[in-house]
Design a protein around this ligand. Structure first.
Ligand code: UDP
Length: 488
């Protein structure tokens, strides 16, 4: 297993944005949680240190938890390609789609258990009885029982899910996972519709994700820095670089974007004044980068002079995502088949992942430069990219699927696309926004406020703290009045 080191970030760093009242509540929760933890370690285990929403959130939340005095640590399991093929299938099935079309039978179960068995001893050697272990996503479900055996309090957090519980793939995925779930002390889901109906309600907790406004991904960037970062990665011309391509690391030290992105484009770099439509996501079919490209090419008017940028991690950037290369390949092939005038308006960008914070700054700059941000996912557990763009006052056009519905109020804080496969409707909404700067500003302002109110880390950490309080403090004996009087 690989341990990801976490620097502590002090809770009051966020006071300027969240206000003293929210910070005081957070500090009080941290104090209460530290009392019940009594020095226990809170372990987080997932399957990748970078790329994707889970890694993104762990990096931030654990830094603040450490700043609040909690001894929390992050471990990444080691897996072989066959294991990640099985867990990717599980991921797809939990979203209600067949993925690579393979089975989840006894052969897959053997592959799954073998890899987790290989990780088990390493994890058990680190965890002390009484520690808390938070296991993330289906890649780690098989570790619930061994961790209970090691004497830990075990929470399993599932970041994915589909609203349609009766979908046969969803049912199949839960049948695969069911034997591993029994012993967990608590389950966390992002939405109330995601847990299977047979899961013990009493152990289910709903905690939506959050973003960190100070991370390299979301911190303020001056327009000069935005343009310079985009020039540095090769998207805008060098003449657009009027400042240093800099951002701030979590420790307050300046960082510089130095790497160049892998960009597929025709006709040179982007005109800095041309409006850009951006989708940032992993190269995953469910994010439908291909559909975004077709919808934009066919239905977003070239007269608006807008360009599309589809940006995702470089190949091999996300260890647990074996389909990425194929999905990117499909987009590339689709791009080649576009008519020449359409091709000139579409760019495929693979962002270097060598320096995670520099990568985050690139995403930050791309989202800030966008006239419209889109997230046309076919399904979505939550969709952090939506909150990230909303925080940057961008008007977001996103599919009305899964957790995106919790983020955007249609027409108020963004625009929802009722049917993600309706490319004409997608194009019409994007076109409308490209032609209406006032509406873009209005939606963007509301979007930022909504994220500030609902999707910041303080709410998230407080919910985690409350859950730990509940799990670690022994339940009080029932009050006398609640006790059934002794019968005759
Ligand atoms: N992301 C990134 N670099 C990339 C592509 C994505 O940092 O090249 C980030 C993105 O900004 C977001 C996360 O990966 O923070 C994706 O989370 P989301 O919930 O949107 O989707 P997931 O990948 O978890 O399905």
């Amino acid at each position: 297993m690989q341990e990801v080191l976490i620097e502590a970030v002090q809770l009051d760093t966020a006071a300027v944005l969240l206000g003293d009242k929210r910070i005081t509540q957070l500090a009080a929760q941290a104090e209460a949680t530290n009392r019940v933890l009594q020095g226990r370690t809170v372990w987080n285990v997932n399957s990748t240190a970078q790329g994707g929403g889970v890694a993104e959130m762990l990096e931030v939340l654990l830094a603040y938890a450490r700043g609040g005095g909690v001894d929390t640590r992050w471990l990444v399991i080691h897996g072989v390609p066959e294991f990640f093929a099985v867990t990717k299938r599980l991921h797809n099935w939990l979203h209600g789609v067949p993925g690579d079309g393979g089975e989840l039978g006894s052969a897959e179960r053997r592959v799954y258990e073998r890899t987790l068995g290989d990780n088990e001893a390493d994890l058990a050697a680190r965890v002390r009885p009484g520690d808390v272990v938070i296991l993330h996503d289906p890649q780690t479900t098989g570790l619930i029982r061994p961790m209970k055996r090691a004497g830990a309090v075990v929470i399993w957090r599932c970041h994915v899910g589909a609203d349609d519980r009766d979908n046969p793939f969803v049912v199949g995925a839960w049948n695969f996972l069911a034997p591993y779930l029994e012993d967990a002390d608590a389950f966390i889901f992002s939405r109330a519709t995601y847990p299977p109906s047979w899961l013990d309600d009493g152990r289910v907790h709903i905690i939506p994700p959050s973003i960190d406004p100070f991370s390299a991904k979301n911190q303020e960037l001056a327009p000069g820095a935005v343009q310079s970062i985009l020039a540095r990665i090769g998207l805008l011309p060098d003449t657009a670089a009027t400042a240093a391509p800099e951002f701030m690391h979590r420790d307050g030290l300046p960082g510089t974007v130095t790497d160049v992105a892998d960009i597929v484009a025709e006709g040179g770099r982007l005109d800095p004044s041309a409006p850009v439509v951006v989708q940032v996501s992993r190269w995953d079919r469910l994010k439908d980068m291909f559909g975004v490209m077709c919808g934009f090419a066919e239905h977003v008017g070239g007269d608006a002079g807008a360009n599309l940028v589809l940006a995702g991690p470089e190949a091999k950037g996300v260890a647990d995502d074996p389909e990425a290369l194929a999905v990117y390949g499909e987009c590339l092939e689709g791009w080649r088949q576009l008519a020449p005038d359409q091709r000139r308006r579409v760019r495929l960008v693979r962002l270097p992942m060598g320096d995670v914070e520099a990568n985050a700054a690139m995403v930050n700059a791309l989202q800030r430069h966008a006239a419209v941000v889109v997230q046309k996912s076919l399904v979505e557990g939550f969709g952090l990219t939506v909150a990230e763009a909303m925080w940057k006052t961008r008007p977001v056009v996103a599919s009305a699927v899964g957790g995106i519905n919790d983020q955007i109020v249609d027409g108020e804080s963004g625009r929802l696309l009722p049917d993600p496969t309706d490319l004409q409707a997608f194009g019409a909404i994007v076109n409308g926004l490209l032609r209406d700067p006032r509406e873009r500003s209005r939606l963007g302002r509301e979007a930022r406020q909504r994220v500030l109110d609902l999707f910041m880390g303080d709410r998230h950490l407080i919910q985690y703290g409350q859950l730990l309080d509940e799990l670690l403090v022994p339940a009080a004996p029932p009050a006398p009045s609640a006790v059934r009087p002794a019968g005759p």
